[in-house]
Design a protein around this ligand. Sequence first.
Ligand SMILES: NC(=O)c1ccc[n+]([C@@H]2O[C@H](COP(=O)([O-])OP(=O)(O)OC[C@H]3O[C@@H](n4cnc5c(N)ncnc54)[C@H](OP(=O)(O)O)[C@@H]3O)[C@@H](O)[C@H]2O)c1
Length: 237
Amino acid sequence: MNSAAFVVVGGTSGIGLEITRRLATENFRVVVVSRSAGSVAELAGVTHLQADVTRGEIDAGSFPDRIQGLVYCPGSIRLRPFHRLKEADFLADFQINLLGAVKAIQACLPGLKKADDTASIVLFSTVAVATGMPFHASIASAKGALEGLTRSLAAEFAPKIRVNAIAPSLTDTNLAKTLLSDDGKRSAAADRHPLKRFGNPGDIAAAATFLLEDSSSWVTGQVIAVDGGMGALRTFK
Ligand SMILES: NC(=O)c1ccc[n+]([C@@H]2O[C@H](COP(=O)([O-])OP(=O)(O)OC[C@H]3O[C@@H](n4cnc5c(N)ncnc54)[C@H](OP(=O)(O)O)[C@@H]3O)[C@@H](O)[C@H]2O)c1
């Protein structure tokens, strides 16, 4: 077993589960934090800590003494016309996307500071921050705040801890299931992307593991788009 340990908050489903699987395959120790363990604790080297990041504190007592990397995955997709969004919707999106990440980083900070060499934090934004999209006002506001947190902490924690975010477009996970629930929606979603498909958890996990590894040791304070070209390209002729 590799001595380095990682914490993956939200490592039981979708993108986080794929990251957890990849780290476990490389024989790293992984502590997964989420509300329910599912099958993740059956993976070799993976332990599960039950916590709801929107309630109470995360029990840092059961974290490894030295933490090489933290990934924070919990998020939301609340797409609604602006006139139907209530203050409570904005607050709920802010709570899970921003304040949950703050809580996780604070719980892991002592361990990250003790990492061998440097440590890495990976957060998740969305393509809808840099590119305006209808019905995304609440989630784009919360993720925009998360991008601000990414750059602020990257500056504050340099050179010991690198902090980066990934901004995916639509990816086939539980979170996005209502947007990809039938063949018509799936083909329309694929067609909207310049690369003519929506994402899968592996597309995003590959970028996340790069950001956790030494091969990205000169990368910090970045928001990396992994979005099938959605944010940067217009391919109509
Ligand atoms: N999928 C997309 O299309 C898409 C697009 C853009 C951005 N993103 C972002 O990518 C990130 C990962 O998304 P995903 O699609 O992989 O999500 P997902 O499949 O829904 O997985 C979310 C994970 O977070 C955990 N979680 C949720 N609420 C929690 C809470 N209150 N406390 C503790 N853990 C909680 C879940 O486990 P439990 O249920 O056991 O708690 C699960 O492990 C999110 O931040 C999302 O905003 C996704």
